[in-house]
Ligand binder design. Structure first.
Ligand code: NIG
Ligand code: FE
Length: 402
């Protein structure tokens, strides 16, 4: 069982390679919160009122914290998947009016209840795979009404799932079809109408912008982040997926909680992130699915950055929310050690959602989100045998959910 002695909220750079494991351990949960642990040699006396669960030689692991998803969408986009097999790139599909705009067309004609039903299936799917905290973005509405519909669905998921949910407004994911060729007018409308409407209903804690070539510029991003921050939303942005976009710079300058993707960064961006408190979130599932480069976890960690990994679960670039697989990609493709990769999908993922103080590790006082595995040969087996099922039971806020 990996434990965190001091309720640490995040791990930077070289510290990410540490993981304290207690063998043959007991763990106590009181009122949904971790309340102590130790070796079975010192198993505390109980008065019989506490339920005792035998882990049967399995490991007790903190739940995954997936800090970047788009699980509220309608339908799926496997036709584009086939287009990509035939040689079209993600950018070409977007330029032809497909991609995000396809999802927006379908979302607009899908009822809120149906959207909730589809998204809740994905929420249940990731919970069963070990995720305990998840960030969910809007961004397939691209009109005031449709963005609000998405954000209300996210709020309903938050009420309906035992996972901890954080909500992000991503109106600047693409330019809505009715504004085609009028990007600056769309950005103005987003600042004047969408952000105040979202804030008035208290529907988003974070604001996101797809700051990348062919999408939104650093200047537009700065404007949106300024307006959103006046409405109390903290930035968490998409940057440097398709090009060295200037997104890292604008995100860090605005005190972003995280900058995400980072497939294309150089020494300048790495140095900036190493000196900042902005979490550098890499999304290797998108690199895998789109055949892109994998980002530079090692370079970021050697410059002392806070590195997280997330799934980016979405219909276009990463139709999977499997954080175990993400952890394996961390090891196989980003050359992170199993410890670094595990910390990136747990405690640093929590930090990338502003949840590091209360989630992401087994520490006294943190919320008791964990799963129990079957008996494993080693900790390293988890990312190594990347499709072998390991989870036997899942507890969120101390309650058995599966
Ligand atoms: O994070 N990059 C921008 N947004 C998503 C993809 C959205 C889509 O293609 O539907 C991402 O990869
Ligand atoms: Fe994304």
């Amino acid at each position: 069982m990996p434990v965190d002695a001091e309720r640490i909220p995040l791990l930077r750079g070289r510290d990410m390679d540490s993981l304290e494991i207690v063998e043959n351990a007991w763990l106590r949960v009181v009122n949904g919160v971790f309340a102590g642990w130790g070796s079975m040699d010192s198993f505390p006396a109980t008065d019989g009122s506490e339920e005792i669960v035998d882990a049967c030689g399995g490991a007790v692991m903190p739940s995954f914290c997936d800090s970047h998803t788009h699980i509220v969408y309608a339908g799926s986009r496997e036709r584009e998947f086939v287009d990509k097999i035939h040689g079209l790139s993600y950018e070409e599909i977007a330029r032809r009016g497909g991609g995000i705009l396809n999802s927006a067309d379908l979302l607009r004609i899908t009822s809120e209840n149906e959207l909730f039903r589809q998204a809740m299936e994905r929420a249940d799917e990731i919970m069963a795979k070990g995720t305990g905290c998840v960030e969910i973005k809007s961004g397939y509405g691209l009109s005031v009404d449709a963005e609000l519909k998405m954000l209300r669905v996210i709020a309903r998921i938050a009420e309906s799932t035992p996972m901890k949910v954080k909500s992000t407004f991503l109106g600047a994911h693409a330019v809505g079809r009715e504004y085609a060729g009028r990007q600056s007018e769309y950005v103005e409308m987003l600042c004047r109408e969408m952000i105040p409407a979202v804030a008035a209903e208290g529907l988003a804690e974070f604001v996101d912008v797809f700051c990348d070539e062919g999408f939104f510029t650093p200047e537009e991003t700065a404007m949106i982040l300024d307006v959103a921050s006046r409405h109390g939303m903290l930035p968490k942005i998409h940057a440097n997926e398709l090009a060295v976009s200037g997104g890292v710079q604008v995100g860090v300058a605005h005190g972003a909680v995280s900058v995400d993707h980072l497939e294309r960064i150089g020494a300048e961006e790495i140095a900036i992130l190493g000196k900042s408190d902005t979490v550098a979130t890499i999304l290797p599932g998108a690199s895998f699915f789109l055949g892109m480069s994998y980002g530079q976890a090692r370079g970021l960690m050697s410059e002392n950055a806070i590195v997280a990994l997330a799934s980016d679960y979405n219909p276009g670039s990463s139709p999977s929310g499997d954080m175990r697989m993400v952890m394996s990609f961390g090891c196989i493709k980003l050359k992170m050690t199993p410890e670094e990769s595990f910390n990136a999908v747990t405690i640093n993922g929590a930090a990338a959602m502003g949840l590091g103080h209360d989630y992401g590790s087994i520490a006294e006082g943190k919320v008791a989100n964990f799963f129990i595995t079957r008996r494993l040969p080693s900790f390293e087996f988890i990312p190594y045998a990347y499709t072998t099922p390991i989870i036997k039971s899942i507890y969120l806020e101390g309650r058995l959910v599966k």
